[in-house]
Design a protein. Structure first.
Length: 420
């Protein structure tokens, strides 16, 4: 999305490794009972609609980016319906947990709140693990935050700095109100947009307004000679260049090295799953899971956002995405993907969310979540070096920061304008 926006604004060529635009925001279609994945929606609407990177809902959008996106598709607004799910107790607690303590056992809720209050008086720790313990106290941390973050970061909780505080708001007054009554919505994604024609349609429309070359995987760049080589043996000269590839990958591609080690990241496997709803199918858009036998940490339900995600818009069917994090750069061997998918399906059936699976497929996001080691200056040094060498870095992965689609598009516009 960042590269498409940069190309749209500058008119410069965008070189895309894949054969379709959109990166992890693109879609594909899969019929029940089939393992074939199609780029286009069959006309009879008989396929599940899945997304490459799992459900992508547009949050945190500003008025101008919204106006830009609205030219491609009507935008539906949804109010987030999200919860934490405790499988052992088969219990849902509204998200964010810290503001819905009244949904827990009263004595446990009161104890958790008192611990949060005490924690707020102690100094800020340097690791995410320490920050979670201090902020939420042993009760809530043990119940949810610690095990959830161990899964979500693939074991990095004590190795990385606390970050993106805005994603986990902590207002003690609101937490106290939540002890007694339903708390007001909080967090960075209270509401979100979904383009009614789908995100992939939007990516294709953006690509048409730019100049995109497909099947061009950059494999090396010579910043002195101002050339880029692609995996298909071709190459191009450039005067100015924007990279939307992950920061560590861009350094490597350009043959640049820093004295310090790169900050860590997490890879994610997304299981896209379509089937018949179980008797306890949840009504939520997505759910955070602190413990699961199959190691996943989040389950999203596409079809609770739009029925367009299931064949025939059937109300009996469900379409889900299940996310599991792995240490950065690692993947499950191909032959283990099927066994993992089977174990997820069995687990979701045991929870009553799914009666039977009709289609599944797995996709990988190699660089999904980016982190910082406490006190690390790697990101700033890397960005500065690339800037000095004339490479404009734009987007979530290039700038190694948390960012949604809307902000990535905005970054792309600025980068495109900067090189025009
Ligand atoms: C699990 C997960 C869930 C998310 N959910 C949401 C959400 O609900 N809402 C939201 O707003 N944001 C969400 N995001 C963030 C969102 O995905 C990013 O903000 C957005 O994808 C960034 O776009 P980008 O173009 O910068 O990067 P990417 O989408 O990674 O695009 C990079 C492009 O470069 C191409 N490419 C890769 N290597 C090469 C190469 N060597 N040569 C040429 N091309 C190459 C890729 O094919 C891709 O098209 C989520 C992210 C993750 C990981």
């Amino acid at each position: 999305m960042t590269g498409l926006a940069a190309s749209w604004v500058s008119g410069a060529a965008a070189f895309e490794a894949a054969m379709v635009p959109g990166g992890i925001c693109s879609s594909y279609y899969q019929r029940p009972g089939s393992t074939e994945l199609a780029v286009r929606d069959p006309e009879d609407g008989s396929a599940y609609h899945f997304e490459n990177g799992g459900g992508h809902w547009i949050f945190g959008i500003d008025a101008l980016t919204r106006r830009f996106l609205a030219r491609f598709s009507p935008l539906e607004t949804h109010q987030r319906v999200s919860a934490v799910y405790f499988p052992e107790a088969q219990r849902f607690v509204s998200y964010p947990l810290q503001y819905h303590l009244g949904e827990l056992e009263p004595s446990l809720a009161r104890q958790a709140f008192e611990e949060m209050r005490r924690g707020a008086e102690s100094p800020l720790p340097s690791t995410l693990g320490g920050w979670l313990e201090r902020t939420f106290g042993p009760t809530l941390n043990g119940l949810f935050f610690r095990p959830f973050h161990d899964l979500y970061t693939a074991g990095l909780t004590d190795a990385i700095a606390p970050q993106d505080g805005f994603k986990t708001p902590v207002d003690l007054k609101q937490a106290e109100r939540g002890l007694e009554s339903a708390s007001e919505a909080a967090g960075y994604n209270i509401s979100f947009l979904h383009p009614s024609r789908g995100l992939a349609h939007m990516a294709c429309a953006m690509a048409e307004g730019g100049c995109v070359m497909y099947g061009k995987r950059a494999v090396s760049a010579d910043l002195t000679g101002q050339t880029v080589e692609f995996g298909d043996g071709s190459g191009t000269r450039f005067e100015r260049v924007v990279s939307t590839l992950p920061l560590d990958r861009t350094l490597e591609l350009c043959g640049l090295e820093l004295d310090c080690a790169p900050d860590p990241y997490t890879s994610v496997i997304v299981l896209n799953l379509g089937g018949v709803k179980g008797p306890k199918h949840p009504p939520h858009h997505w759910l955070y899971v602190p413990r699961s036998k199959s190691g996943f940490h989040r389950v999203g339900i596409y079809s609770n956002v739009s029925r367009d995600f299931v064949p025939g818009r059937s109300v009996e069917r469900t379409s889900m995405y299940i996310e599991r994090a792995l240490p950065g750069g690692s993947r499950l061997p191909k032959e283990d993907e099927a066994a993992w998918a089977e174990s997820v399906i069995e687990e979701l059936k045991a929870w009553g969310w799914l009666a039977g699976a009709e289609a599944w497929s797995a996709t990988w996001i190699d660089t999904a979540y980016t982190w910082r080691r406490p006190g690390s200056g790697w990101r700033e040094e890397a960005l500065e070096l690339l800037e000095r060498r004339g490479v404009v870095m734009a987007g979530r992965y290039a700038c190694w920061k948390f960012q949604g689609i809307a902000e990535s598009i905005r970054d792309g516009f600025i980068a495109g304008a900067a090189i025009k």
